[in-house]
Design a protein around this ligand. Structure first.
Ligand SMILES: [Zn+2]
Length: 573
């Protein structure tokens, strides 16, 4: 007889039986994807406080799941908002090689459901059990060469081999498309993205990357920096963990200090910041055993929960105030750099480092000596200042021929008005003067160092083109994605590359005569050519370049070449 074992035998575990693989293995193993999802389905069946739901598609055959925890067994987002619940969105396995959050979250939700930990009434958890499913299914034991366990784990690359923690503006992966739509439905107060760090050896088990406080904004930034973050550090200290800011040192050992990591909007946490969400990236230390790391992640999440509960009113108040203040700003920063004039001193517990001959190459190699721990004060540069600001227009205008961008704006809840009839209006129009293009990066050829100039022009718009008013919740997102010189703008990610190429040209021998006529009939053009000839000797010797110059300043030259197709409707026309 054929045995189709295991297909239809329902497994109902009691609360006691719902130990995780992590617990059963003594802290050496992490649950694989299907086991994680099955675990939450069981928890959902047994406890009214837990609910697992699908939250959109992914680049695999599996849906994205979100697991909610609500102490009052109520799962309507609008009711949560009306009841002033603080919503914590917790993301796991954006990098599946760093699975600590997967196993810590399973225990956290089970322990909350069984009453082992007291979940405050005013808190709601939304936990993504496994975000990068394609990567999680690509399970092995070698892709994290330096990491101390678990025995098996997933791979950093997604089903499309993307690093999903660079995908939050371009949204190439369905996982990210699903997550950002969930994000906007929830409008979480706090976003936590669990990771494991790389880099130096030191004593700290848990490092914490809090979103950059200046970039977050005045009210929220000060509250984060002066109150909430110190409270997290103090709470963790009481629980036996010395937190330290994410050890962002490269090219030297950490006792020389470091600069706070700057997460632009392409990162999950930097993206969340654009929508006035407090965001945090816990990074456990890769050289600590998996067991210690998962326990630290679990403990840190309990600190976030209890402090979010205690500070609920301030969290709500500061988010609201920040949104109101943003709406009043006439300029918004779009690029930041570290401000080295305001160094902090922080306590760092490291291991003495040195150099010895490499057994591989014979050349000097770095090592850390765990027999020589030290505690010292290091310099931590945690202030950033804007280096580029954009004037916020009354509205941006995008023509209907750019659906990939329009779709992404809509997924992000951007309110747009489609024009009801053809119209010609006076708009600020930007021309791209210069840019650099990098090697392939996350499926794109990222542009940077974009130089542009803006002029007023009459632009003919068609019925169906879109007006995007800036006076809305997504204001910062709109400005940072639509200003072409912003480092994470759609322009930078290559969404408008078609404008960088000319579609028509001319035959020299024919245009020579046209150009001569044009110069005769247009004194202004004649003057401009002469000036350029006098100023630029290479140009003066180059016949082709001069003909091209005349062409580019003639009516034959196509107006859309290098013209950035998102225009600005200014406040005063
Ligand atoms: Zn990571």
């Amino acid at each position: 007889m054929l045995c189709i074992c295991g297909l239809s035998i329902p497994f109902i575990a009691s609360a006691q039986e719902m130990a995780t693989r992590f617990e059963k293995s003594g802290g050496t193993q992490s649950s694989p994807y299907t086991e994680v999802i099955d675990f939450y389905h069981q928890l959902d069946k047994q406890h009214g406080t837990v609910k697992i739901v699908e939250a959109g598609g992914t680049d695999t055959r599996h849906p994205l799941h979100v697991v909610y925890y609500s102490q009052d067994k109520q799962f309507d987002i609008e009711t949560w908002k009306a009841d002033n619940k603080v919503i914590l969105l917790i993301n796991n396995a954006i990098h599946p090689g760093e699975p600590d959050g997967i196993d810590a979250s399973m225990m956290l939700l089970r322990n909350a459901a069984t009453g082992k930990i007291n979940m405050p009434e005013n808190i709601v958890l939304a936990v993504i059990p496994v975000f990068n499913i394609g990567g999680a299914l690509d399970r092995g034991s070698h892709s994290r060469a330096n990491q101390n366990g678990p025995e098996e784990y997933g791979f950093r690359g997604s089903a499309q081999n993307l690093d999903l923690n660079r995908d939050f503006i371009k949204l190439d992966a369905k996982e990210t498309q699903s997550l950002i739509r969930l994000f906007h439905r929830l409008d979480p107060d706090i976003f936590i993205d669990n990771h494991v760090s790389n880099g130096a050896d030191y004593q700290h088990i848990m490092t914490l990357l809090s979103t950059q406080h200046n970039k977050l904004g005045g009210t929220m930034g000060q509250y984060l920096h002066n109150i909430f973050e110190p409270a997290i550090y103090a709470d963790m200290k009481q629980k036996g963990y010395d937190l330290v800011p994410y050890v962002n040192h490269w090219g030297h050992t950490p006792e020389r200090g470091w600069i706070a990591f700057h997460e632009g909007p392409r990162f999950a946490s930097g993206f969340a910041t654009l929508f006035q969400t407090y965001s945090f990236v816990p990074e456990t230390h890769m050289l600590k055993p998996f067991k210690q790391r998962v326990e630290a992640t679990y403990t840190l999440m309990t600190s976030f929960i209890s402090l979010a509960s205690k500070n609920a009113a301030d969290i709500r108040r500061t988010r609201k105030a920040e949104r109101a203040a943003t709406a009043d700003l006439m300029t918004l920063p779009i690029e930041w750099k570290v401000d080295t004039t305001k160094p902090d001193k922080i306590e760092f517990r490291g291991y003495k480092s040195g150099y010895k001959p490499s057994e591989v190459s014979g050349k000097p190699r770095l090592y850390y000596d765990r027999q020589q721990p030290y505690t010292t004060q290091v310099t931590f540069h945690n202030y950033y200042k804007p280096v580029l600001q954009a004037d916020v227009p009354k509205a941006y205008v995008i023509q209907q021929g750019w659906p990939k961008v329009i779709r992404r704006l809509k997924w992000n809840g951007v309110k747009m008005q489609a024009l009801e009839r053809d119209t010609t209006i006076n708009l600020s129009v930007t021309y791209i003067d210069n840019y650099e293009t990098a090697k392939p990066y996350e499926g794109h050829y990222l542009h940077s160092k974009v130089k542009a100039h803006t002029v007023a022009r009459q632009i003919k718009l068609l019925k169906g083109d879109y007006l995007i008013p800036t006076n809305q919740k997504a204001e910062r997102y709109i400005v940072e994605t639509l200003e072409p010189t912003a480092p994470d703008a759609f322009f930078a990610w290559g969404f408008f590359d078609a404008i960088l190429q000319q579609k028509e040209g001319f035959s020299d021998y024919v245009f020579e005569d046209e150009a001569a006529e044009l110069l005769k009939s247009t004194p202004e053009l004649r003057r401009m050519l002469k000036e350029k000839q006098q100023a630029d000797t290479a140009f003066a010797k180059d016949g082709e370049a001069q003909l091209e110059f005349v062409y580019q300043h003639s009516p034959y030259y196509e107006p859309v070449h290098m013209r950035y197709p998102v225009y600005k409707l200014e406040w005063q026309q």
